[in-house]
Ligand binder design. Structure first.
Ligand code: ADP
Ligand code: MG
Length: 639
């Protein structure tokens, strides 16, 4: 079979995505490869397709047991013989699996890195023909990566102990140069073909919202996205519990996940989410490793994460099926302090020297700053992230900053007033006090310090709180001010304060349109009123489309029926619905309306094996719905 045939027959896809094809070609030419591609780009296929075309067995090293199980399940469901070896198997099961493997029963075997050293595995590996060792999540080999796994260092030993060196391929979504070099060196890749592909995920919409009432914002968002699957990330267990209670109390089908729950409960909740019994989950960042549920339609961050790396990985769990999905971050300046605290109080790692620990802490602080800047930048959010990962990018037109209407306004006066105010109060107060003084608020706290006697008291009385905060944030970004890193978060004059004070050119800043002056009603919380995820404000259109933009209302009805059928099939087979098929696949059925098994083969994601297994069931649903009539259930190109 050619690679195209393998792709169609087993996976049901018509074409390769991005650099999948060139990576597969390199492997088939016998070259080692290192592929760095973002989450959801389709790395698995890059080693699974060649695995099916090469004579021997492919060993896949994967760090996560849940991931392994999922992948093997998906492969078996596509008619590919695969197995996994990890600590969840009993001794007897392990022996059985190994003896099957010796007899060549499996083309692909997933192995946990800890298993490589075991006697049983070594005996097996030397006795059979191994065509390739594929190292998934290869960043685990790097001590500088987020999830270093010492057992990954065993991989090379294992490879070197084999009678014939197999092709070695490595895959990761971590893009930094340090990690890349570590992988190349530690795995001893030979003349590897290195591929780094675009980190952009076009189908994701990015948004940052500064939100005063976060619980309400979350509730509103979830209600507006009823029936969709989503993840809500919180920084702490306490927040998880609170948000969970709120949603649960309001009738949302929701579950929760954090390290404080028992293993069983975590497993149960995770399954409820995966099987779409509870399509919404509130979780700490302990959740998600190894979950590749494809139909997650939104990832909401209740708190700001500690780094862009974390954020992009977590947000990237949305929309893995390539359909439109939202990544919304609810930002509050307090999160910066919270995270600072978490970094400062992180446990010292015993497997690293004090210097290494110190270096890691410094790195973490730097990452946090970059994350905080993401939350306050007025520029394109996607471009910001891509640039962070070393890619060039321009405005995307599909993030809250690109869609918001900003205007360039002159802020020279305001900046000077702010600097004067910070100086007059000797850099001992936080943003709220400074803003209060400038707006001339007659609050007890301000009066008790005698601030009403300051020259700058009320100097910006016509400006809204939001506007002044925006300007201050920009001034922090420009180093004219800085915020102390302690729990007081006091504003002090920064390195370029003097320069700004004396600057003759007008100082210009981008601020959200219509924000600078108090509006008639005296409300300045435009962001609050809109809620999250709203795009009506600017009238500009978002790019990628939702299922509901593609299908007519009747089409959506069929889509729902097909989803029900998928749940029934999932129960029958004892696996998650998204392994039976993605939302995208169901949508394609609604568009193509196959009325025979032959036509079913044309549907995106329906390979031969799947058509055989599920084709009839889906056909029945379609036939019943359409009564065998040809109709058009999608919007044809408009204008
Ligand atoms: P990664 O490991 O890079 O995060 P996966 O290998 O888990 O991504 O793939 C993500 C999703 O993309 C899966 O649902 C997979 O079936 C789908 N996919 C991969 N390659 C293709 C392709 N060529 N056409 C359509 N869908 C694909
Ligand atoms: Mg993967």
């Amino acid at each position: 079979m050619t690679k195209q045939e393998v792709l169609k027959t087993y996976f049901g896809y018509d074409s390769f995505r991005g650099s999948q094809e060139s990576i597969i070609d390199s492997i088939m030419e016998g070259r080692d490869v290192l592929a760095i591609m973002p989450t959801g780009a389709g790395k698995s296929l890059c080693y699974q397709v060649p695995a099916l075309m090469m004579p021997g067995i492919t060993i896949v090293i994967s760090p996560l047991i849940s991931l392994m199980k999922d992948q093997v399940r998906a492969l078996n469901d596509a008619g590919i013989h695969a197995a996994y070896l990890n600590s969840t198997l009993t001794e007897t099961q392990m022996e059985k699996a190994l003896s099957n493997a010796r007899r060549g029963q499996y083309k692909i075997i997933y192995v946990a890195p800890e298993r490589l050293e075991t006697y049983g595995f070594q005996g097996f590996a030397r006795a059979v023909e191994i065509s390739m060792v594929a190292v998934d999540e290869a960043h685990c080999i790097s001590q500088w990566g987020q999830d270093f796994r010492p057992s990954y260092l065993n991989i090379v030993k294992m490879i070197e102990s084999l009678p014939k060196r197999p092709i070695v391929s490595a895959f990761t979504a971590t893009a930094t140069l340090e990690v890349r070099d570590d992988i190349l060196c530690v795995l001893k890749l030979q003349d590897p073909a290195v591929t780094v592909t675009g980190f952009d995920r076009e189908n994701l919409y990015f948004e940052v919202r500064e939100q005063k009432n976060r619980p309400q914002a979350v509730l509103r968002y979830v209600r507006e996205h009823r029936g969709e699957s989503g993840i809500i990330y919180c920084a702490t267990r306490k927040n998880v519990e609170a948000v969970y209670e709120l949603l649960e109390g309001n009738g949302v089908p929701v579950t929760k996940y954090h390290a404080g729950l028992s293993n069983e409960e975590r497993k149960r909740n995770q399954d409820a989410f995966i099987f779409d019994e509870k399509p919404v989950v509130v979780a700490t960042n302990a959740f998600g490793m190894g979950i590749d549920k494809s139909n997650v339609r939104y990832v909401l961050h209740y708190n700001m994460p500690q780094s862009i790396e974390n954020y992009y990985q977590e947000a990237g769990r949305a929309g893995r099926d390539g359909e439109r999905a939202d990544c919304v971050l609810l930002y509050s300046a307090q999160d910066v302090m919270l995270n600072q605290y978490l970094i400062d109080n992180k446990e010292v790692r015993a497997d690293m020297t004090p210097e290494e620990n110190e270096a890691v802490q410094q790195r973490d602080r730097k990452r946090l700053q970059a994350m905080a800047r993401y939350c306050t930048t007025k520029d394109c959010l996607r471009a910001y992230v891509l640039q962070y990962f070393g890619e060039r990018a321009c405005d995307c037109g599909n993030c809250s900053n690109c869609l918001a209407e900003y205007e360039e306004v002159e802020v020279s006066e305001t900046c000077r007033h702010i600097l004067q105010c910070v100086r007059a109060t000797r850099g001992r107060f936080g943003i709220n006090v400074i803003v209060g003084i400038l707006r001339g608020e007659r609050k007890n706290k301000l009066l008790s310090y005698g601030f009403d006697k300051l020259v700058c008291f009320g100097a910006e009385r016509d400006c809204s709180e939001t506007y002044l905060k925006q300007v201050i944030t920009e001034m922090v970004a420009k180093d004219a001010l800085y915020v102390t890193n302690d729990k007081y978060a006091v504003l002090k004059l920064g390195a370029s304060a003097q320069e700004m004070m004396g600057q003759e050119r007008p100082i210009m800043m981008r601020v959200a349109a219509g924000r600078q002056v108090l509006s008639g009603g005296g409300v300045d919380s435009g962001a609050e009123r809109d809620g999250v995820g709203g795009n009506g404000r600017s009238g500009k259109r978002r790019k990628s489309s939702r299922i509901s933009d593609t299908l007519t209302s009747r089409g959506l009805e069929l889509f729902d029926r097909l989803r029900e059928t998928r749940v029934v099939l999932a129960h029958r087979e004892g696996m998650p619905p998204y392994i039976v098929g993605t939302d995208k696949m169901l949508m394609d059925m609604c568009v193509k309306l196959p009325l025979s098994l032959q036509e079913m083969l044309q549907v995106n994601g329906m390979g031969e094996y799947k058509v055989e297994k599920y084709g009839e069931d889906f056909l029945e649903t379609i036939r019943e719905f359409t009564q065998g009539r040809r109709e058009i259930l999608y919007y044809q190109e408009r204008g």
